[in-house]
Design a protein around this ligand. Sequence first.
Ligand SMILES: [Zn+2]
Length: 244
Amino acid sequence: MRITIRMDDITPDMDWAKFLRFKDLLDKHDIKPLIGVVPDNRDGKLALNPAREDFWSYVKELQDGGWTVAMHGLNHLYSTREPGLFPIGGKSEFAGLPLDKQDEMIREGKAVLEEKGIFTDIFMAPSHSFDKNTLTALKKNGFKVVTDGFGTEPFRSRGMVFYPISVSRGKSLKDNRDGLVTFVYHANTMDEKDFTKLAELLGSGKVVSYGEFLKMPVKDRNIFAAAKQYILAKGKYTIVRLRK
Ligand SMILES: [Zn+2]
């Protein structure tokens, strides 16, 4: 199994020391990740440093340099407790809201990014939480791709293309089948041990740039596979909750 890297919670006021430490490791191995940029961050938990003035031109520079950019919600504020279609979290910025509200939020997020010169058709839902209305609103606003779901290859479902994330890093690393899966990172909350593990992973030669994922053929996924994924996600959420 090959691995791609996704970095969540990219904001002007994130923990820059940790972000840059992460980036240094990636650069050393010439790996370009997917980054989830919050268009208009209002989540105080993500605000760890003074906002970087040149944030948007910096993101543009990364994108021009081959990094893949996704829109990570709008404000990164959780307004509902709906887990949605991929229930590994128990809260959402989108799931459970009416379609016109979600449409407005997604349109606004896209407008903010485009005003800064950032164009993308990839969506990354805060807390992995989206529902049918989110997907409809995304399609209406020109989004084609969602970074979520379980699996080892991109798949088409409900009119969108999904690029899966790993259910279990340990299992993905031992899995010798063909395929590609995404490991999700939040640099803001990483500690020494996490950075050591990341360095080891990058040294393993299993990691490829996110762009490789986007080149893979997309398979159609039937309703049974969708149901299996839902159960797996629900199970993962329950396990995480029980551990807490
Ligand atoms: Zn997030």
